[in-house]
Design a protein around this ligand. Structure first.
Ligand SMILES: Cc1cc2nc3c(=O)[nH]c(=O)nc-3n(C[C@H](O)[C@H](O)[C@H](O)COP(=O)(O)OP(=O)(O)OC[C@H]3O[C@@H](n4cnc5c(N)ncnc54)[C@H](O)[C@@H]3O)c2cc1C
Length: 353
């Protein structure tokens, strides 16, 4: 059996080394340039989760995790823009033929880049985006609190809840149009570079043939709930990048700390990925959440150690350590659900060693 890395992992490494890592601090301060988006589109990575029959590579989950670690560790903003794309691709693979045949291949081949506007479904009915029946399609109303990639991506996977209590996902052109207006890009503690906006929907019309998925809300929620209980590869990517900063410091204290953290991180990563590969996603939830929390702890320790090792110059906006620490903060809330929030707060409230 060959030990050569999967070709997509190779491509991710090249993209990370040649484009992402060398410019990550500048991108963090100034925003994602068009050149980064073009490089991601050209990379072949956008088809990683798409079926081969539709122009994708259908790469195994372990390969997709490794790609996410590599990209997130090199430039979290570029990774986050890239990773949004895979949910629309996944849903389109199972979608009705008209929308699938129109969009799946261009998305898989990197001609188009997609973003998502669906996290608000997890806060339904507190946060309402309503999809009501209109002639030949649907009318969307409400406020989408988060949409990453405005002006950078091409297709928005927009979700709302119908009057009959169904979760409805549709593919919409990601541009200002009648019934869809973005806020100015948000200024955030991290990932400002990703042009994240909120979106006001005031009667946006979406034709029936743009509907990607429609199913009872409870059925969607039951399938979605376990998804985020697994530790995210990006957390390991940021943690490993921070350990790299420590190792490059050239002093023994930093190197010793890096070694100790790496051993613990590798163990948690192995256990977390073994559970992520478990065939029943709603089993072992407490264990999954415990490992997720442990991964957060180790990421926080690694990024903090990188800041400490660098001293005052770590606070320079050009330093890798402070960027990784702020990106780590973002990962603590990315994709947060009620049970993740509860488990994380619970573990933070326990007395330390
Ligand atoms: C920079 C950035 C970019 C993002 N980009 C996107 C994007 O492109 N697309 C997208 O869909 N999402 C995006 N998100 C949303 C993100 O994925 C998370 O869903 C989000 O951070 C968590 O939701 P929220 O902060 O809006 O909190 P909420 O929706 O308010 O809460 C999150 C979860 O915690 C629960 N919760 C909240 N408060 C309580 C409480 N007091 N007690 C019990 N449970 C509670 C909620 O029910 C919900 O399940 C982005 C977030 C950030 C920070």
């Amino acid at each position: 059996m060959s030990n050569a890395p999967h070709p997509l992992v190779d491509r991710a490494r090249r993209l990370a080394a040649e484009v992402l890592a060398p410019h990550a601090e500048r991108v963090d301060r100034e925003g994602l340039p068009a050149g980064h988006v073009a490089a991601v589109k050209r990379s072949g990575l956008l088809g990683a989760s798409a079926p081969v029959a539709h122009g994708g590579t259908a790469a195994p989950a372990a390969v997709r995790r490794e790609i996410a670690e590599i990209l997130a560790g090199a430039c979290c903003s570029t990774w986050f823009l890239e990773t949004q794309h895979h949910t629309p691709v996944r849903l389109l693979s199972e979608a009705p033929a008209p929308v699938r045949d129109r969009l799946l291949r261009p998305l898989a081949e990197g001609e188009l880049l997609a973003g998502v506007a669906y996290a608000h479904l997890r806060a339904h009915p507190r946060v309402r985006v309503r999809a009501s029946r209109a002639r030949g399609g649907w009318r969307f109303e409400g406020r989408v609190p988060w949409y990453t990639g405005w002006g950078l991506n091409d297709v928005m996977l927009l979700a709302g809840v119908t009057d009959d209590g169904e979760a409805l996902f549709a593919a919409v052109e990601a541009r200002e149009q009648t019934g869809l207006r973005p806020s100015p890009p948000m200024r955030l503690a991290a990932l400002t570079a990703t042009r994240t906006v909120s979106v006001e929907l005031t009667g946006l019309k979406v034709p029936d043939d743009a509907v990607v998925l429609c199913l009872p809300y409870e059925r969607w929620a039951a399938a979605d709930r376990p998804r985020n209980t697994n530790a995210a590869p990006a957390v390991f990517g940021i943690a490993r990048a921070a350990l790299g900063v420590l190792e490059e410091c050239g002093d023994q204290d930093a190197a010793r700390t890096a070694r100790a953290l790496r051993t613990r991180l590798d163990r948690v990563r192995r256990q977390a990925y073994a559970l992520a590969d478990h065939p029943v996603p709603h089993e072992h939830v407490a264990e999954r959440l415990a490992l997720k929390t442990r991964a957060y702890d180790l990421m926080r320790a690694a990024t903090t150690a990188a800041v400490v090792a660098g001293g005052g110059r770590s606070l320079d906006l050009g330093s890798r350590a402070q960027r990784l620490a702020r990106e780590g903060l973002f990962l603590l809330v990315q994709g947060q659900t009620a049970n993740v929030r509860e488990a994380h707060l619970g573990s933070l409230g326990h007395p330390g060693p």
